[in-house]
Design a protein around this ligand. Sequence first.
Ligand code: ARG
Length: 272
Amino acid sequence: MKRVSVYMLVVISSLLLIMTGCGKEKEVSTTSDEGPKEKTLRVVTDAAYAPFEYLEGDKIVGFDVDFINAVAKEAGYKVEIEHVGWDPIFVEIESKRADLAVSAITVNDERKQSYDFSVPYFLSTNKILVPEKSDVESGEDLKGKKIAVQTGTTGQEAVEALFGKNHKDIKKFENNNLAIQELLKGGAEAVVADNTVVEEYVKNNPDQKLKVVEDSSSFEEEFYGVLFPKGSELKADFDKAINTMLDNGKYAEIYKKQFGTDPDIETVKAQQ
Ligand code: ARG
């Protein structure tokens, strides 16, 4: 008798489990039927900024790509990433032809006037890329030297803050790879760009005998965010998904895969 009732209990609780399971499943599919969740979002980038976004053949790869794919999945969207170049990113977003942009884009007050940003997801700062033999040890040491930057980046702004807007020694390029080429062919004595990008370049190209110089008094801490058209309804969903991933280890997993180290999640979260 006792045996039978235990058996009955097992049967009843399994039935209950199955029923709750079914209920849940129904709930999920209803949301995806009704909501915008199945929508494919158009994401734009400037895929000339390794290791964040760059082309491998005609495929766009990099940390930002893995990051945005995971965030979108978490938020329940599909994404299609397209390389449009740096300046066009801002045109595409402002005109709402694209839904969002991910491109190692620094959150700053000027951009915030025309666009919305997600919560920050990456800590960055500008650093100086110079030949190994260079005597440059700080931003100030760049005085009188030709400096290559990518147009419209915080690298350009940081150098202009030191030497003045449109200074004749600042050479501006459409993408950061062109700025580095200018340095390699001797047309510039330094490149100023995001630390991770110049450090990665030195690491991957030891034969080019370059080094990275840090100057935390000339170059501020910056944080990357996902860029949206002003007033975009996506921001709330993406912020939530980013925070989930910062908390549940998914962000750390993507970070570790790319950089081989653990991210400083606290610093990124402290910016919110
Ligand atoms: N973080 C810098 C900025 O926002 C440079 C970003 C450049 N990104 C790129 N994919 N080219 O101005």
